[in-house]
Ligand binder design. Sequence first.
Ligand code: UT7
Length: 333
Amino acid sequence: MVSVMYRNRRGRITGLGSAVPEHIMTNHDLEKMVDTTDEWIQSRTGIKERRICEKYESMSDLAVAAGRRALEMAGLGPKDVDLLLLGTVTPDHRLPSTACIVQKKLGLVNAAALDIVAACAGFLHGLSIANSFIRIGQYKRVMVIGAEKLSSCTDFTDRNTCVLFGDGAGAAVVEASEGDRGILSTFLKSDGRLSELLWIPHGGSIAPPQSFHNGDGDFFITMSGSEVFRHAVRQMSDASLKALDMAGLKSEDVTVMVPHQANIRIMESAARRIGIPIERVFMNIDKYGNTSAASVPIALDEVVRSGRIKEGDILLMAAFGGGLTWASATVKW
Ligand code: UT7
């Protein structure tokens, strides 16, 4: 429960940053690797190309670059951050958390740091947790990062999945603020009964890598694409309507929707169900593909830096991914 003292306090995004690897993998590159075509990928997903890490590039490197840009925009130094939340399903190591690695690399010496495993909804889970900590007065300046190196668990012989994913990172600095600008509402939900629709079967403690011989383990992302598609449309649109309702808003109040970039057809169908015209939906899936937890913050960084968002505008964000997990948030800029 929010104390009376902090009734008007909320989290406000004061800095944003993103980073992607230099290396571009185009649909034509993929045509040489699996039985697919540029035409199929573009028409079924909206993706033209994606960024892929070189072997020496780590997920934490991308997270650090994004975080540094977000600090710059917020006008803060590393010592000002008191909590770091990192959404990812592709940690550098199983131990320690990559949040602790990013904390070290960025010099966030005064921060607590932890990873959040909520797949493509990881950044919005972080944003919601950041806002809650700020509202109860426990933290004042929180860095929320969504970062992935999905290429590390993508099977580049499986055309059902390898055309979809890319690597990248996006970061936000969320600061305590009094007044009506900032995070207005957040909504989080999961359904673990459907976890095997989108998962990595092996490599965890139930089937560790050393228990496999001759490369017979399944360490890659496995997805029932059309079923996940159906759930994504329904849950992203329902979650969006819930977040709008919690904030006392209607779909026509939304200046720009920034959805998780999984598939252009998912974004179009969700926007239609919410009642938001497609011109108000920000998309950059053509350049990056699906970067899981990084997709919403990369898109948010791009839309804000483009100058399209003015003070007082209403932003709606929504994401859906493995778990299954989904989340939404509204922000008054
Ligand atoms: O980020 C978290 C959540 N992830 C998502 O939200 C992704 C959700 N799913 C999707 O975006 C879509 O389901 C896909 C893009 C993965 C697939 O599109 P679809 O329209 O659902 O295609 P489908 O799976 O029903 O497959 C249709 C056909 C199949 O061939 P047959 O069985 O009809 O002969 C597939 O084998 O398309 C074939 N296919 C391909 N063909 C060329 C599947 N992948 C490819 C490919 N190139 N890369």
